[in-house]
Design a protein around this ligand. Structure first.
Ligand code: URA
Length: 432
């Protein structure tokens, strides 16, 4: 880094709504990554970004600086079109577990570098780690070999990939600075561009259980990320999907793996299948513009159970036993339906917080998560329910967690005498 800046001047500039010059952005990201800017200074800067935003030029430079903080993978050796998917985070969002083997079964290689959950949203790696023996950490050569042989990898992003994001995300999580379009967009896109995928589909979640609660904000986030990906040469599109209600029927690590396996075998809840198939179609189409062609529609492949052998191979390649019995909680508490009628709403954030309080998520990044904790709901939106019959199941190994989890769910359920109007799950599709 040639230029040197005074970090307090940069914080003041952002606080007062000014844009940073390119060299200052480079310096700030580099200095924070290497410990020359303190957490409290970066926290102040991030909070100023939450209020003041970034100009398009600043955001592009910030994202590039985050990519340049680490290595960039080269997946050319895989010899097949690659396409990845990233979700902005939701509750019960086990889509990746089904989608990655499904798209691979359709002939497109999927290198999915995933994260762990923070706060009320679950993380793909935490879910996969509930499979006995499964390992998240893969050296790059192993990852590329698995991609060539199995076509599907879900693994942890190595420490060398966008290390600036690793530090910034952990700081944002504890300073109330996650919900910012430029900060979310740069965080996600720096990792995805550094990962080396040729195409990317973003699942931008909208609703109470998502970081973006309004459709307008979600659209802006989607457009921002599609713009960053396209400018970096990654074919990128975004699909906006609803997250007012949690996805499927479970939130919690092993519970979600079991549901994903059920879906891969041709069953599974309708909403999970709908979102997964919608994303798979976009992924295959995007990969197709790079030379691949799918012979069958993903809906047909999924319903026939033809993605399940790929799941088994993917799990086994990373040390997991696809036939192992998944861990189960020692305590299950049920919550009855408050009235008879139709389940009109189940608040995604409340379910996410309850699952997290039961032990499925972590409060600090170094905390361990429970494989067995979580919430299962026995009815989906629009289903008939009967007063007093069990509606929710709370799973935990620690009964002390039940009180606070129940408190989170106090107003989560709405039952109406008439069925709720159907609401679309796929809300929009943003292209470059
Ligand atoms: N997921 C990320 O990787 N980063 C964010 O900022 C939000 C969701």
């Amino acid at each position: 880094m040639s230029a040197d800046f005074d970090v307090v001047d940069l914080i003041r500039a952002k606080r007062d709504g000014r844009c940073l010059p390119a060299e200052a952005v480079d310096w700030l990201v580099d200095a924070y990554t290497h410990g020359r800017v303190a957490d409290e200074q970066m926290s102040a800067y991030l909070m100023a970004v939450v209020w003041r935003g970034m100009s398009p030029a600043e955001l592009a430079r910030w994202t590039t600086a985050m990519i340049d903080s680490g290595e960039r993978l080269d997946l050319a050796g895989v010899g097949r079109a690659t396409v990845d998917k990233h979700s902005t985070g939701g509750v019960g969002d086990k889509v990746s577990l089904v989608l990655v083997p499904l798209v691979a079964a359709c002939g497109v290689a999927v290198p999915q570098l995933s994260g762990r959950g923070l706060g009320h949203t679950g993380g793909t790696l935490d879910k996969m780690e509930s499979i006995p023996g499964w390992r998240a950490d893969l050296p790059v050569e192993r990852m590329c070999r698995q991609l060539a042989e199995v076509g599907a990898v879900i693994c942890a992003a190595g420490a060398g990939l966008a290390p600036a994001d690793r530090r910034l995300y952990a700081l944002r999580d504890v300073t109330g600075t996650v919900e910012s379009i430029p900060l979310i967009a740069s965080s996600i896109m720096s990792k995805k561009i550094a990962e080396g995928t040729s195409a990317l589909v973003l699942d931008v979640k909208v609703g109470s259980g998502a970081f973006m609660t309004s459709l307008d904000d979600a659209r802006e986030l989607a457009r921002t990320m599609v713009g960053l990906g396209t400018a970096a040469g990654v074919r990128t599109e975004a699909v906006l999907t609803g997250m007012d209600h949690p996805l499927g029927r479970t939130a919690g690590n092993a519970l979600e793996v079991a549901e994903a396996v059920d879906t891969l075998r041709g069953g599974g809840p309708k909403d999970l299948v709908e979102v997964t198939v919608a994303l798979a179609r976009v992924m295959i189409e995007l990969a197709g513009t790079g030379g691949a062609r799918a012979a069958r529609d993903p809906a047909e492949v999924l319903a026939a159970g033809d993605a399940y052998p790929v799941w088994r191979a993917m799990v086994a390649a990373q040390g997991g036993d696809p036939d192992a019995v998944l861990p189960r909680a020692t305590h299950i508490e049920t919550v009855p339906a408050p009235a008879s009628g139709y389940l009109a709403s189940l608040d995604a954030r409340a379910v996410g917080v309850a699952a997290w309080r039961l032990g499925a998520g972590r409060a600090r990044k170094e905390d361990a998560v429970s494989a067995t904790a979580g919430v299962r709901w026995r009815a989906g939106i629009g289903d008939r329910v009967t007063v007093g019959e069990p509606l929710l199941e709370l799973h935990t190994d620690d009964p002390n967690t039940l009180g606070r989890a129940l408190a989170a769910l106090a107003d989560a359920v709405t039952v109406t005498p008439q069925p709720p109007p159907p609401t679309p799950l796929v809300l929009d599709h943003i292209r470059a």
